[in-house]
Write a protein that binds this ligand. Structure first.
Ligand SMILES: NS(=O)(=O)c1ccc2o/c(=N\O)[nH]c2c1
Ligand SMILES: [Zn+2]
Length: 258
C-alpha cells in the first residue's frame, strides 16, 4: 500500500498510479506574484448552516470527519464553481513533531498543517466515487494552519482524535460545524489540480484560502498513528486567481494583472 516512506512514498506512487506524472497534479507551490487576477471570479459561498457531521475516523493516512451528503444541506458554491458542490468530509495534513505538514506551499513556505474540506458535484454525478474521477467532479477548500493562539474549536477535534489514535478506528462525531474553522477572509487562489494522495485523480478544483487560521503549538504538533509526511511538491502555480477585493479596499485595489 502507499505511504510517505522511502519505498512507498510520493516518488514511487507513479508505479501504481501513473496519473502521478500528469499535468495537473497537486499540491503545488503557490507564487502569488505569478497569479493572474480574474475579475469574473466572484466570492465563494459556504452554506454549512444545516450540515450534519456523522463520525470521525482514522484511515491510516489522515483523520477524517465525514458528513451526511445525501442532500444539498451543506454546499460550497460561487467562485470558480458552476454548480453547488456537496460537503462530503474534511481532514487534516499534520506535520510530525515540529515539522510543517502543509501540502501546498506559498513561495516555498509551508505551514504547520493544512485542512481540506472535500466537496463533490452532485448535480452532474450520482456518487462521490463517480465525481472523484471526473475533471469537474470535486472542489476542495484548502485552509492553512499556522501556530499561534490556541484555536478554541480545534480542541473538539483534537480531543476526539485521541479516540481514533489507531488506524481504522471510527467514533461518533455529531453536531460539528466546520464554519468555526474558517479564517475571517475568504480571499482565495484557485487552480485545477488533483487529489494529493492516491488515486491522485485529476478531478479537483482547488480553492486555497490566503488567510491561515491560528492553532497552538500543541494542537499543530498533534500526531496520530496516521501522521503524514510531506508529499513532493509538483509543478508550479499558474492560472491562480484571487477573490474579489473587499469593498473597504476597492479604492486602493491594484488593477487586475493579466
Ligand atoms: N488530500 S485531498 O486531495 O483533499 C483528497 C481528498 C479525497 C480523497 O479521497 C482519496 N481516496 O479515496 N484520496 C483523497 C485525497
Ligand atoms: Zn487532503
Amino acid at each position: 500500500h502507499w505511504g510517505y516512506g522511502k519505498d512507498d512514498g510520493p516518488s514511487i506512487w507513479h508505479q501504481n498510479f501513473p496519473v502521478a506524472e500528469g499535468d495537473r497534479q497537486s499540491p503545488i507551490d503557490i507564487m502569488p506574484q505569478q497569479a493572474s487576477h480574474d475579475p469574473n471570479l466572484g466570492p465563494i459561498v459556504l452554506n454549512y448552516d444545516h450540515c450534519t457531521s456523522l463520525n470521525i475516523c482514522n484511515n491510516g493516512h489522515s483523520v477524517v470527519v465525514e458528513f451526511d451528503d445525501t442532500d444539498d444541506r451543506s454546499v460550497i458554491l460561487g467562485g470558480p464553481l458552476d454548480n453547488p458542490y456537496r460537503l462530503k468530509q474534511f481532514h487534516f495534513h499534520w506535520g510530525g513533531k515540529g515539522c510543517h505538514g502543509s501540502e501546498h506551499t506559498v513561495e516555498g513556505n509551508s505551514y504547520a498543517s493544512e485542512l481540506h474540506l472535500v466537496h463533490w458535484n452532485a448535480v452532474k454525478y450520482r456518487s462521490f466515487g463517480e465525481a472523484a474521477s471526473a475533471p469537474d467532479g470535486l472542489a476542495v477548500l484548502g485552509i492553512f494552519l499556522e501556530t499561534g493562539d490556541d484555536h478554541r474549536w480545534l480542541h473538539t477535534i483534537t480531543d476526539a482524535l485521541y479516540m481514533v489514535k489507531y488506524k481504522a478506528s471510527v467514533t461518533d462525531f455529531k453536531g460539528f460545524n466546520p464554519k468555526c474553522l474558517l479564517p475571517s477572509s475568504l480571499h482565495y487562489w484557485t487552480y485545477l489540480g488533483s487529489l494529493t494522495t492516491p488515486p491522485l485523480h485529476e478531478s479537483v478544483t482547488w480553492i486555497v484560502l490566503k488567510e491561515p487560521i491560528a492553532v497552538s503549538e500543541r494542537q499543530a504538533s498533534f500526531e496520530c498513528s496516521c501522521s503524514l509526511g510531506r508529499k513532493r511538491i509538483r509543478g508550479y502555480a499558474w492560472k491562480i486567481t484571487s477573490g474579489p477585493p473587499s469593498l473597504s479596499k476597492a479604492g486602493k485595489y491594484a488593477p487586475p494583472i493579466n
